[in-house]
Design a protein around this ligand. Structure first.
Ligand code: DON
Length: 304
């Protein structure tokens, strides 16, 4: 399969389509990003690396970082994590509060804001210096020391994060948050503010296409079974109430963020990252979804 020709062809086609999406303006700082940015980068386990457009520009990865937080917490507390967050698709928006009441403060899955807030609480309870230790972990699996938080983005979100405050306090009221909500949320905003490029994302996530092992060093980031589970969660819950649609159209495990990024994994083949900031009504990149749909359809490569 000549990925380069295919990616170029689809990129140029999708670049010109009309984009009815909107920027994630609920985080003021994110609405300052140029909406015409569009980048794609693929990294394969056979060492093919190819990018096009703004693939080297860093952007706010937002909810994509929830996967990294989950992975670190899973490494630390193991299967106990599933007592704190579920593994079911919610069928609700990423910031929804509704199911928490009937579920007694156990979020349906770790990718909802509620679930990632609980994962943040677990990390806060288990790391000496959560902010420093988390970024050190991300840098270690990517072997990239330039990855940084954006204080500007974290502060911008904190100022208006009323729903996340509500979620965290509500979960705490069920006795399911151990730390002070303001500390949990500060850490949550920091992790969501991580900035990476498509190239960095596809390189970092490639271990999930390689049974949990880093390609270059062959070091294990996750066991094979843990890696399977993270991919399964990305497949079933990675796009909130659009997860079924993503499976239907793209057919790969993936995760989106409101910065307009998407990472998708083809186990045993590749990781691909796409960035285009305008979002559809479900909060997922409009052009990113379109690009990946065409990519897996024309390459005839998906997990189904
Ligand atoms: O808490 C929030 O709303 C954001 N920091 C993250 C949301 C997000 O990226 C949802 N993904 N599509």
């Amino acid at each position: 399969m000549n990925f380069e020709d295919l990616i170029q062809d689809i990129y140029h086609k999708i670049k010109t389509i009309e984009d009815p999406g909107e920027m994630a303006s609920y985080i003021p700082e994110l609405s300052k990003v140029d909406p015409t940015n569009f980048g794609v980068h693929i990294s394969t386990i056979n060492n093919i690396n190819f990018g096009i457009g703004n693939y080297n520009d860093k952007f706010s990865i937002q909810s994509i970082a929830k996967v990294l937080a989950l992975i670190l917490a899973y490494r630390i507390v193991g299967d106990e994590i599933w007592n704190r967050v579920g593994v079911e698709p919610s069928g609700t928006a990423f910031n929804s509060l509704v199911q928490l009441e009937s579920d007694q403060g156990i979020p349906r899955n770790p990718f909802l804001n509620a679930g990632a807030i609980v994962v943040s609480d677990i990390l806060l309870s288990n790391l000496k210096n959560p902010k420093e230790d988390f970024i050190a972990f991300v840098r270690s699996i990517s072997e990239n020391k330039t990855i940084q938080y954006s204080n500007k983005i974290a502060q911008s979100e904190k100022k208006v994060g009323y729903r996340n405050v509500a979620l965290c306090n509500f979960i705490k009221s069920f006795g399911r948050i151990e730390n002070e909500p303001s500390d949990v949320l500060d850490f949550y905003y920091d992790l969501c503010s991580l900035e990476m490029s498509c190239k960095e994302l596809s390189e970092l996530f490639l271990f999930l296409a390689n049974n949990g092992n880093d390609i270059k060093s062959n070091k294990s980031v996750l066991s094979e079974s843990q890696s399977k589970r993270i991919n399964a969660l990305m497949q079933t819950c990675g796009f909130y109430d659009e997860s079924g649609e993503f499976a239907f159209k793209v057919g790969l495990p993936g995760k989106s963020g409101v910065g307009g990024g998407i990472i998708a994994i083809h186990p045993d083949q590749y990781a691909i990252a796409v960035w285009s900031p305008k979002l559809n009504k479900k909060g997922n990149s409009h052009k990113g979804m379109k690009f990946l749909e065409e990519f897996t359809t024309r390459s005839e490569l998906s997990i189904f």
